[in-house]
Design a protein around this ligand. Structure first.
Ligand SMILES: [Zn+2]
Length: 436
């Protein structure tokens, strides 16, 4: 047998936010594992069969996106597990967690297993399933959560809709608590958002569009946290959009509720003004809100109330998004340009530094989904060789026409970007290599 390939990433700034490790070091990968991290230059040189100079770059645990829509089964015209995960690795992600609002819904153990098997065949990165909490995401009957957990579901959510029924929500939280899995809520009180098209405010009034008031998010978040005070399930608020939600979450955390929250690039950078001109790439759920909300979300990250970054990658076809604003589907894609957008919103503005940004894209989502138990979200000797090498200064321009995703619905198309994944390694396999 020939010698196994041993890849040395030499001279980078190695970050492992789980331990606070932050030093210039060499990383040696053998097979699918990291076998050594060495701060003394040159000591590992003799061990390697292949060497990459990553001086000046950040060597990070592989990035994890806890909120993507891969659209399979049933909507392969928008995206597939193959194309969505290829887009993910292009963006530097080595693991994604897919949402259950597919057709059929991911609400049985068989469906969870189907995604798992399909991903093993075609995916470019690791795929984890967030399974539906209720049958068909209808909010009426509890889905077989124990069986889906046994089949590998890492969390539960009815994403696309919130669980509106309070009694059902209590059952879901109790079941999640007994399973030790997180519930991830799409906070949207449905009676306040009937026929809603965008944020309810001055812009919706001017455009004559039905508004989605921020209180619809806040009401469900407050209710859930109130319910969870006596249950203690791991509760996670998805894609926060209202500035007030940060205060609600902060108060619950201070009271000891095990609650976390996530925020997406678009809510950190854009406002409802982007809907002016009826641009359907500014139509999403929850909607883009106002500058005060945007600032509060950034501050929520700076304060450590919001600890998880998630793209809510939501592919749609060009034909679907070419419809009039009222008919166009909700959502935008995100995995291929998320990293520089987070850096622009959070690091360039001084809210957080690069190590914290990396933590919010690695160990924090890993803990949310329980992946840290398998060493994901970490970069350590003996752990899995999921590694993302980032050039924080790489200047480029977002060009949706070059995306690996099937979809092009990106409001950031043409935007100058700074920061990029230069090397994406999944289980020791180099999936993306921009180092040349
Ligand atoms: Zn959602």
């Amino acid at each position: 047998m020939s010698d196994p390939r041993r890849l040395l990433l030499a001279g980078g700034r190695v970050l492992d936010p789980a331990t606070g490790f932050d030093a210039t070091a060499d990383v040696l990968v053998e097979g699918d594992r990291v076998v050594a991290i060495e701060t003394t230059p040159g000591r590992l040189e003799g061990e390697a069969t292949e060497r990459r100079d990553v001086t000046g770059l950040l060597v990070c645990p592989g990035l994890i996106d806890p909120h993507v829509h891969l659209r399979e089964p049933g909507q392969g015209v928008k995206e597939t597990i193959a194309t969505g995960t290829q887009a993910a690795v292009v963006g530097g992600f080595t693991s994604v967690c897919c949402m259950p609002n597919t057709n059929p819904t991911l609400d049985t153990a068989d469906m969870v297993s189907w995604v798992d098997m399909r991903a093993r065949d075609v995916a470019a990165c690791r795929v984890f399933v967030a399974a539906a909490a209720t049958v068909g995401r209808q909010g009426q009957a509890l889905a077989p959560m124990h069986a889906m957990r046994a089949a590998g579901a890492v969390a539960f959510t009815d994403d696309g809709d919130g669980v509106a029924d309070a009694d059902m929500m209590r059952w879901v939280l109790q079941t999640c608590a007994s399973l030790g899995a997180a519930f991830m809520q799409h906070c949207q009180e449905p009676t306040l958002t009937r026929n809603a098209q965008m944020h309810e405010g001055a812009v919706s009034a001017r455009l004559g569009l039905v508004g989605w008031p921020r209180v619809a998010e806040e009401l469900m978040l407050e209710r859930d946290l109130r319910l969870d005070r006596s249950i203690g399930a791991r509760y996670h608020a998805q894609h926060l959009s209202s500035g007030n939600s940060v205060d609600i979450l902060r108060a619950a955390q201070a009271d000891g509720v095990p609650a976390t929250g996530e925020v997406s690039p678009h809510h950190l950078l854009l406002t409802d003004e982007a809907c002016d001109g009826f641009d359907t790439n500014a139509k999403m759920n929850p909607p883009l809100r106002e500058e005060s909300d945007r600032r509060a979300l950034v501050q929520g990250v700076a304060d450590g109330v919001i600890t998880v970054l998630a793209t809510d990658h939501a592919p749609h076809t060009a034909a679907e998004k070419a419809q009039p604003f009222e008919e166009a589907p909700l959502g935008i894609i995100g995995v291929e340009c998320a990293l520089p957008l987070y850096a622009e919103a959070l690091v360039a503005g001084g809210a957080i530094d690069w190590p914290r940004l990396v933590a919010m894209m690695t160990i924090e989502p890993a803990r949310l989904l329980g992946l840290d138990r398998d060493g994901l979200g970490r970069l350590a000797a003996g752990g899995p060789a999921d590694i993302t090498v980032i050039d924080p200064d790489h200047a480029w321009r977002i060009n949706a026409s070059t995306f690996a995703s099937k979809a092009r619905n990106c409001p950031f198309n043409g935007r100058p970007a700074r920061g990029r994944a230069m090397l994406t390694i999944v289980g020791g396999d180099v999936k993306v290599d921009r180092l040349g």
